[in-house]
Structure formats: C-alpha cells, structure tokens
Design a protein. Structure first.
Length: 731
C-alpha cells in the first residue's frame, strides 16, 4: 500500500504520464572505444532537460510531499511539504525535438560536425521516457594552426608564445579548447600592456576536410577591434586613497611595499593582481578597489591609477566560551578573550593580546574527581614583511610575507599532583609562494618549563616509571624549526587532491657547540646546564601525507600516512614530554583512548601511568576514510585506522618493544568504525564510534580481537567501544 502511494503515480492529472528520464544511444560509423563512447554520451547528457523527479528505492518521496500538500496548502506542515517537495515532471512538458537539436549542437562543438539525433517516446503504464539516438562519425582532428593577425606587435607576441598553445596538432577538435586558447593569449597580451584587449577580439576560422576528417584553424583579429585594444599602455599617475586620516591610516612605506603598479612601467595583469591581493591579505582593509582611466596627457597610451582602500576598525574584540568533553573522560569549560590592534605602529602591524583559561574534571573512570585548571596569557605581533638585516630579493607573490613574534606563558595546576609553568618565545617567518604552498621558518624557538609543588602521590607515580620521570624533568628547549605545506584542497574541481605537511626541528646545538669549543665533552650522563637548567638536545622530523579522491556526487575517499621520528642525543637521553609522539584519539587511531597507545607493546593503564600518558620517539599511522552525504548538512563516514608509537633502541628507557622494521607489523594497533558529521561549511561537529580490531599489548598469537566482538555484551561495549566527539574533520 505504501509503495504505490509514495511512487506518486496515483496523483497524476487525468491523461498525463510521468516523465522518468532519458536514454542516449550512439550509432557511430566506426566502432568507439569505451572511453570515447562514455565521453560523447556524457556531453550529450548535459543537453537533456529537465531532470525527472527524484527516485529513492523505487519511490518518489519529494513528489509525494508536493502533491500531498495540495494546490493551496494551509498550515505550516503542508506549506513545508510543498516547499520541500517536487512538482511532477510530466511527459507532455518535454520537447524532444528541441533537446535533439541541443544534442547536435553539443556534439558539433566537440568535432562531430555532421551528426544528427532522433528522438523516440517510450510509454509504459503511467510513465514514459525519451530515447535519443545519435548518428555520429569520427571526431574531426586538428591538422594545422596558422596565424594571420593584422596587428604586427600583437602578432609578434602571439608567435613567440605559440609553442605553449593548448591547441595541439592531431588532437580532437573542441570548441572549449579554442575558447581557453583565446583566454591564454589574452592573458599574454594583458601582461604586455594591452589593458583594453578582450578574448572576443580573437577569431578562429576553420577549414574542414571530409576526406580525412581534419580541420585547419587560422587565428585572426576581428575587423571591429577598437584602437584602444591595440595599444600597449603604461602607468602614469598612481593615487592611493585611504580615506579620511584616522588611527587606521597606515604610513605610505608600508603600503607601497605591496603596490607593484609603478610610474612609466608597462601595465601588466600580473602586477595588477599582485597589488590587489597583497593589499587585501594585509588584513587591514575591508575593501580594496583599483580603478584605471586613460591619462589626459599629450602622449597617448598612459593610464592613471586610483587605489581606494576601505579600512577595517583598528580594534576588534572577541570572546569564546565552550564546553570540552574528551575521550579520556575529562570535561569542563574553556574560554578565551582576545583584543586585536590592526595598526599597532602605523605600519599595518597586527598586535593580538589573548588570554585563555580552562577547568577540567574527570567525572568517571579510575581517576574520578581528578581535576585541573590552567590560564594562558599570550602576546603576538605580526609584521607584514621580512624583518631581516639585509634585503631579500625573491619571486613575486600575491601573498604578503609575515614576521611573527610570540610571547606566551602557560600555568597548569593538576590539583593534588603538581604545578607546571611554561614560558615560550618564538621569532619566525611565514610566507606563501602560491595558494597551494606555504612555508614557515622559526630561527628562534625557546621554551622553559618548570614543575613545582609536587605531591607525594605524583613523586611516587614518577618513581614507579623512570621513563615518565625523565620526561617530566625541568626542560629548557632552544632551537629552530621549519615547516612546509602543500595543499591542493584549496583548488576546486580537482578529482584527486594531494596534501603534504613536513616539519623539522633541531634544539640544543648552539649550546653544545659552545661547550665543545670550550673543550667540554657533551654527555647525557653528565648534562650541561644553561642558566641553571639542563637544556634539551634532539632532532625531530615528521611528514603527514594525504590523498583525497573526489567522486562526482561529492563523496570522497581519504587516505592518510603519518610518519615521524625524533632522536635525543648529546645533552639528552630522552625527548622532552611536549616533543614526544603520541597515538590514539579522535584525530589519530580512533578505536583507542587519546594518547593511550604504546610505546610498542606497552599497555597504558591508570595503574601504571595514572592520568599521564607515555609517548615515543617514532610514530607511524595509516588511515582510510570514506565520506558520503546522507541529507544536506548531515554527512556520514566509515573508516579504518592503524598505527602506534615506539621508542628507539638507543633510548635507555626499557618501556614496551623498541622500534624495528622487522617487528613493525606485529606492533600495529588497528581499529575501525563509523561516524556522523554535522557539516554547515563554517562549522563541522563530528561524532565517531570505533572499536579495536587488533591490540598490540596482547600475546603475539592473540592480538587480533575480531572474534571477540559482541555488541550484545555490556562489558565488551564498555571496554571496546570508543565514542569520539570533535570539531572538524580528523584529516
């Protein structure tokens, strides 16, 4: 009873039939390979209109909603049904002959000049569809491209760049390729001063041969090209308008660094774009407009430029309050206050003052009622240039380089255990080559951590685990870091997108070098102190690589590989706690508690580590996730994760199995699960439920636990089902 009602057929007007779609059949003169056949069919399908009513499992719920609401619905529910439903697409409204002509036009544009299409209506009960049969021949191929451009200067520029043409001899004719070639040539001319030129001024004339299905193209200029379009313009006067002089008025030298339109220079679209984008990326202006007009000078061919900038407010204030719930049962509020000054010293410097605080308590589990609180003041100053004692000559970029100075202090009190204080200073540079590539170099990265007010309970916990005790020693870290990011997710429309993030860090070498020069031997057995604190010495590198495979329906498959290694040496035998690698949690191996995996075969429990987690010197993680749409903003995912962390064999701490390539596969943890995401573009709330499939701390022959899965057992669910709540996608 439900099926025929939801199919929508019983509500059709008398004598009408429901249109259920169209089918395309190709009848070629010569046999087509599968790829060519699919390509032509897809081109033809783009001409078919309208789309039939949506069908889900043989039913048409949106059509049913529409007709159930009635012609003139009253009440919120019926109006909602009408709004969300679909009007019936009737067979009588389809115009097959018109569509057949559109199909012929589509295939003409890809080199099938003499094809034709017939249409046939096929009725079945209360429904009907259209079958379009296209009689086609082999596509015409490009035989030769010649140039007959009447303007000598423009002709010379085009001839110089003809080897970079996207029209290739022997390839199939395609109108879209010709249009893109006109755009390519227009870009060349725009960068040579031809400000008023337009792609439509270029004309391709085609001479076809039916004998061998070839086409010769000749590029010409249209007869009606205005003289302005044939003139190469130079820049005359540049006027910069910041509006009224206010506290947001930026000194001229700071703005001129981003202005690449200079007097007497040839106009180029590249310099135009760089100027516009650099001024906008300074984050000081709401709008930037560049207007060009012909100069009123005796000599023709000059442009006056007016750059108008609408500033943002100098000061802005923001506040955030959130409730945080972690997979290790810690829950509590977190808040932050931030004040931003967009023009601190009249040079477009961004000065941000921020203070954050949090309170967390463990409401369940073995450490129930354990709580902590923290506060973190921070000052960050960004300069829109490289602050270096020498001049840097580099490639032009649409992005403003950035120098950052960061000062921060963090106080953490783990009630009943310890107080931790961390001071940090960072001085570094960040720059982008293009929209995909970003680099950051911090030549100065110094942090100093002290732990005080230790309770006897905390000391006992450290004494029972020497590795943990070594990690929580007073830490003085001074070094440099570099990161490189390549991200194709910012490029829309790519079927396969790649992401790569590389980080590297060195610490302690400057101090060790000075000691070596002084004739002192560096050894972790007799570590050297600086300003009363033992400094850390290590090298650390990691790589995060991802592949995003995008389907036509917006679903995607994501693969991720993370690998990292860090080695303490010289003055250190173990890594500082904050520099160790950890595994497990909502953006890692989701079937295990946060930071709970490893090292190696070690099993972290509240009995042997308390509320603290152990890290490692080596980390390897592999993830695969299939993401799909369920309904509008509601998304779903299924995933599998594998990985672990290990200590190096050279690490004196005898915890878990040390890293070795031969034992790598045996020590991997493996989990799988499914998730829901509420994705409203600017905000993503993620829910993941995962379970372990392999536990590396069990006996070698019993590490696979798939056969123990028992969803009906409450004890199994409590120990094995891990529920993660997080903001944003995991990778």
């Amino acid at each position: 009873m439900v099926f025929p009602a939801c199919s929508g057929l019983k509500y059709l007007p008398a004598g009408e039939k429901l249109y259920t779609g169209s089918e395309v059949i190709l009848v070629p003169t010569n046999k087509l390979d599968k790829k060519e056949n699919k390509f032509i069919q897809n081109i033809e399908k783009t001409a078919i209109r309208p789309n039939p009513n949506q069908v889900i499992f043989g039913m048409r719920p949106k059509l049913w909603m529409y007709v159930k609401a009635g012609e003139n619905p009253t009440g919120k529910i019926k109006k909602w049904l009408k709004d969300k439903g679909e009007a019936p697409v009737l067979l009588s409204s389809i115009k097959p002959a018109v569509t057949a002509d559109l199909i012929d036009a589509k295939i003409f544009n890809i080199g099938i000049f003499n094809g034709y299409t017939e249409s046939k209506i096929v009725e079945k009960g209360l429904t009907g569809k259209i079958i379009y049969t296209s009689y086609i021949h082999d596509r015409y191929k490009i035989k030769k491209v010649t140039y007959a451009v009447s303007d000598d200067s423009i002709s010379l520029l085009i001839q110089k760049e003809k080897n970079n043409s996207i029209i290739k001899k022997g390839e199939d004719y395609n109108l879209g390729t010709l249009k893109n070639e006109r755009i390519r040539i227009d870009a060349i001319l725009k960068n040579k001063g031809y400000f008023y030129f337009d792609p439509d001024f270029l004309l391709f004339k085609a001479d076809t041969s039916k004998i061998n299905h070839s086409v010769t193209l000749q590029l010409t200029l249209k007869d009606s090209v205005p003289q302005d379009a044939l003139t190469a313009y130079r820049i005359n006067k540049v006027t910069i308008d910041q509006g009224e002089q206010t506290e947001m008025s930026i000194r001229s030298s700071a703005i001129l660094r981003s202005v690449y339109l200079r007097k007497n220079e040839i106009y180029t679209r590249v310099n135009h774009t760089i100027t516009l984008n650099r001024l906008m990326s300074m984050d000081n202006f709401k709008f930037v407009q560049i207007k060009f007009t012909k100069s009123d000078t005796a000599v023709k061919g000059f442009l006056d430029v007016v750059i108008t900038m609408t500033p943002l407010p100098k000061h802005s204030f923001s506040a955030e309050v959130e409730i945080v719930s972690k997979s290790n049962n810690y829950t509590g509020p977190r808040g932050s206050l931030s004040i931003l000054n967009r023009n601190a010293f009249k040079g477009a410097e961004l000065l941000r003052l921020n203070i954050a605080g949090s309170f967390e308590a463990q409401l369940s589990g073995a450490s129930k009622n354990l709580f902590s609180y923290s506060w973190n003041p921070q000052v960050e100053l960004n300069f829109p240039l490289f602050l270096v004692p020498f001049k840097i000559k580099g490639e032009k970029s649409i992005y403003v380089p950035n120098t950052r100075i960061l000062l921060s202090y963090n106080y953490l009190k783990r009630v009943g255990y310890f107080d931790m204080r961390t001071f940090q200073i960072i001085y570094g540079y960040k720059w982008k080559k293009n929209i995909r590539v970003e680099q950051e170099f911090n030549p100065i990265n110094v942090s100093y951590t002290t732990i005080g007010n230790k309770s006897q309970l905390f000391n006992d916990l450290l004494d029972s685990n020497p590795f943990l005790k070594k990690s929580y020693e007073e830490q003085f870290i001074a070094g440099a870091s570099y990161s490189f990011t390549y991200d194709e997710q910012v490029v829309p429309g790519k079927k396969v997108q790649y992401y790569l993030h590389l980080t590297s860090e060195l610490a302690g070498n400057v101090f060790s070098l000075s000691e070596v020069i002084a004739g002192k031997k560096i050894s972790s057995a007799d570590p050297v102190s600086v300003a009363g604190s033992i400094y850390s010495q290590y090298a650390r590198v990691s790589i995060d690589g991802r592949v995003y495979y995008n389907f036509v329906n917006l679903d995607k498959i994501v693969f991720r590989l993370f690998a990292g290694v860090a080695k303490p040496y010289g003055n250190s035998s173990t890594l500082p706690y904050i520099k160790q690698f950890f595994s497990g949690g909502p953006s890692s191996i989701r079937a295990f508690q946060i930071n709970s995996l490893g090292p190696g075969t070690y099993h972290q429990t509240s009995e042997n580590t308390g509320f603290l987690q152990l890290g490692g010197d080596v980390k390897l993680e592999m993830n695969a996730e299939y993401r799909f749409s369920i309904f509008r903003f509601l998304k779903g995912a299924i995933f599998a994760d594998a990985g672990n962390v290990w200590l190096l064999k050279s690490n004196p701490s005898n915890v878990g199995s040390a890293f070795s390539f031969s034992g790598l596969a045996q020590d991997l943890a493996l989990g799988a699960g499914a998730g829901l995401r509420i994705d409203v573009s600017f905000f993503i709330l993620r829910f993941d439920l995962a379970m372990p499939l392999r536990k590396p701390w069990l006996d070698l022959n019993n590490r696979w636990v798939i056969n123990q899965i028992n969803f009906g057992n409450a004890s199994w669910r409590r120990e094995n089902l891990i529920f993660n709540v997080a903001i944003g996608y995991p990778f």
